[in-house]
Design a protein around this ligand. Structure first.
Ligand SMILES: [Zn+2]
Ligand SMILES: [Zn+2]
Length: 344
C-alpha cells in the first residue's frame, strides 16, 4: 500500500509500505478514506514530544470502510463504514472495567511510537483496528466529517465529566480547534449563555459563528465587566480551558464563580503556575480531561445532524500524496489553518 511515512524527524515521504495484517481474530482491516492531521502529529514531527519516533505512519483521526474481518468479529462486515477510537484500550485492566477506557493501563494511541510501543496509524491506505474500538458511521455522514469525530469526542468528554446543571452559565477559553468543537457541543445541549475567550480576533469571530453568545478578548480590561454582566455578577458556573498555557488558565480561573469548575483540556505546556490562593479561597474545582471514553456515538449523532459542523473546522481536504507539504504549512503555523484532512 501507499503511506505517508515519517522516515526521520521532519522528513515525511509518501511511499510504498507493507500492508497491515490481522493480528488476531478480533481485528478488522479498514481502508482509510479520510484522515485528519492532529496538532500532536505536527508537534511530534520534530521529535520534541518523544512520541513519534521514526520510522512511523502517524495519524489517529480517521474514517473508512472495512475490507476484511477476523474470524471472531460478529458486529461488523466488509463494506461497513466506520470510524474508531484513537486509542486501543485493553478492555480488562482496572480502569477499562470501570469504563474509564481513556485511562487504560495498556493504552496505545494509533500512529504513536514512544519507546514503549510503536503503532502505525492512519496516514495510509489501510490500517488494522480491533473490533472493540470501532463505531459505525451514521448514513448521513461523509468520511471527512467522520474523521472529525475524534477531536469532537475529546471536546465532548470534557463536557461530559463537568458537572453542568440546567441553566449553568458556560465559558470556553481558547477558540482553536477543540474550543470551537466544544462551543458547538455545549450549544447543542444548552440555551444558557456561552462565552468564548481568545486574544485573536479571527478566532473570536469563529467562536461567534459556531454559537457563542459573546466572544471576549482576555487582554481587554472591559472583559472583566462583561463577564460579571453575563453571569449575574458572580462569574461563570463552568469554564473550560482549551489551550494549556499559563495566561489562558489564569483567565479561566478569574472568570469562574466561587465554587465553580474549571475543566482543563489543553496541555501545551507541561507545567504552569496557577493562582493558588484564588483556587483555594474561592473553592474552585480543577478537573483534568483526557481524550475520550465512549463519547463517539454522541458526537457522530451531532455531526450527522450538523449540530457540529465539520466545515467550521476543516480548512482543507487534500490527497494523502500531498500530505508532506500540508505538514510543512501546519508546522509553520500558517494563520487561519485549522484542520487539514488527507484522503488516501
Ligand atoms: Zn489528535
Ligand atoms: Zn485497559
Amino acid at each position: 500500500m501507499k503511506a505517508l511515512v515519517l522516515e526521520e524527524y521532519k522528513k515525511l515521504v509518501y511511499r510504498d509500505y507493507p500492508d497491515p495484517s490481522l493480528r488476531g481474530p478480533d481485528d478488522v482491516i479498514v481502508r482509510v478514506r479520510a484522515s485528519a492531521i492532529c496538532g500532536s502529529d505536527v508537534h511530534g514531527l520534530d521529535g520534541s514530544t518523544g512520541r513519534r519516533i521514526p520510522p512511523l505512519v502517524m495519524g489517529h483521526e480517521a474514517s473508512g470502510e472495512i475490507v476484511e474481518t477476523g474470524s471472531a468479529v460478529r458486529s461488523y462486515k466488509a463494506g461497513d463504514r466506520v470510524t474508531f477510537d484513537s486509542t486501543e484500550f485493553c478492555g480488562s485492566c482496572f480502569h477499562c472495567r470501570r469504563g474509564e477506557v481513556n485511562l487504560c493501563d495498556n493504552r496505545r494511541v494509533l500512529g504513536v511510537s514512544c519507546g514503549d510501543y510503536r503503532r502505525d496509524g492512519t496516514f495510509a491506505e489501510y490500517v488494522v483496528i480491533p473490533e472493540r474500538i470501532l463505531y459505525r458511521m451514521p448514513e448521513a455522514l461523509d468520511f471527512v466529517a467522520a474523521s472529525i469525530a475524534e477531536p469532537a469526542a475529546v471536546a465532548a468528554h470534557a463536557a461530559a465529566i463537568t458537572p453542568i446543571a440546567l441553566g449553568d452559565s458556560l465559558a470556553v477559553v481558547g477558540a482553536g480547534l477543540i474550543g470551537l468543537l466544544l462551543i458547538q457541543i455545549l450549544r447543542a445541549n444548552s440555551s444558557s449563555p456561552i462565552a468564548a475567550f481568545d486574544t485573536d480576533p479571527r478566532r473570536r469571530a469563529a467562536a461567534l459563528a459556531v454559537g457563542a453568545d459573546i466572544a471576549l478578548d482576555p487582554a481587554d480590561p472591559a472583559s472583566k465587566q462583561a463577564v460579571l454582566d453575563l453571569s449575574s455578577g458572580r462569574g461563570f458556573d463552568r469554564v473550560f480551558e482549551a489551550v494549556g498555557a499559563e495566561a489562558p488558565i489564569a483567565t479561566a480561573i478569574s472568570s469562574v464563580r466561587k465554587g465553580g469548575t474549571v475543566t482543563l483540556i489543553g496541555n501545551v505546556n507541561p507545567t504552569v503556575s496557577i493562582p493558588l490562593q484564588a483556587v483555594v479561597t474561592r473553592q474552585i474545582s480543577l478537573l483534568g480531561s483526557c481524550a475520550m471514553a465512549g463519547e463517539y456515538p454522541l458526537v457522530l449523532d451531532l455531526l450527522s445532524r450538523e449540530k457540529i459542523k465539520a466545515e467550521s473546522i476543516v480548512s482543507a481536504v487534500a490527497p494523502l500524496s500531498d500530505g508532506a507539504s500540508w505538514f510543512v504549512r501546519l508546522y509553520a503555523r500558517e494563520p487561519g489553518l485549522l484542520k487539514v484532512v488527507l484522503q488516501p
